[in-house]
Design a protein. Sequence first.
Length: 377
Amino acid sequence: MKVLHTADWHIGKKLHGYELLSDQAYILDQILKIAQAESVDAIIIAGDLYDRSIPSEDSVRLLNQTIAKWNLTENIPLLAISGNHDSATRLATGAPWFNQSNFHLHTRLEEAFEPIEMGDTQFYLLPYFEPVDARIYFADPEIRTIQAAIPKVIEKLEASFDKNKKHVLVSHFFVAGSSKTDSETKIEVGGLDGINGQLLVNFDYVALGHLHGKDALKMENARYSGSPLKYSLSEKNQVKGVWIIDTETSEFSFRTVAPLHEIEEIQATFEKLLDPDFYLTIERENYLSILLEDQAVIPNLMNQLRQVYPRIIQVERINGYEAENISRLSKKQLTEKSPIALTEEFFTEVAQSELTSRQKKWIEDGLHTLLKQGGSN
């Protein structure tokens, strides 16, 4: 079989306040064209179809139109799971009927243990789940983290292996040793972090979602597809696309996609930025991060720049005063810390005491609820 692996569409996500639905529709059309050109037998979508648990009407409309076109019009079988940004319950609406058209969508842990068999391959669709889901399913009160749950999950999956078939796992979690970008959630509650990759070695291919870079993990049999769009400035140099997997030969290769609007960083003085000889050489419709060389205060700076560059995502001075440099450094340090770590530091600074274990649990529960309700930037 030949299969296309994609993930982390995050439909409805915004980039510094800019709507991305047209960018997302554009890139999803490219993925379909790749699937058609490669004559794939199925498409894997490894979670985070939406950016938030309660998506907007426009987001739902785009996903529905995409799925209908791919599955009903083009007759491509789909193998999808819910991710940590999706509401499993909402996403699963209609799932009992989807199977009739070869759209297999798993949103609950227990569904993973019934493999989807196509051609020479058994597909195991393991959605994002909470430790409590595994604790209840296995009736094991000792399961408190994903790390504790995964060995039991993998053991049960492997128990149903047909030795005459290939085995593909589709899942949505963080494998230890992977690397993150700024657009991925920093909240590591429920155990998204640190799954042991050695547990995955018996699968012929592991199609992962959650991390946004295709090079986040380099295992012989496992890959993140990465997000098809760049969702933060930290991803500006990443190559985006999808994986094509041949289950017969166990070979996989990457096919690139090109965005409607790139994320780009430019550096210049204010005068140069407004000079037609300069800006006519720039793709001004791109999402731009501007490094400003001026030191002087410039009145109405953003409004003037936006007359020329309509999609500015940030402006930073590179030759400002020492205090400004310190501020930028502090901002960078802050963005590298998780919300939980920042909250603990703030509490310690204000209260002059450490958080108790109960207080830490309250913070984790609260942040996790916010993440599920509103997504993460």
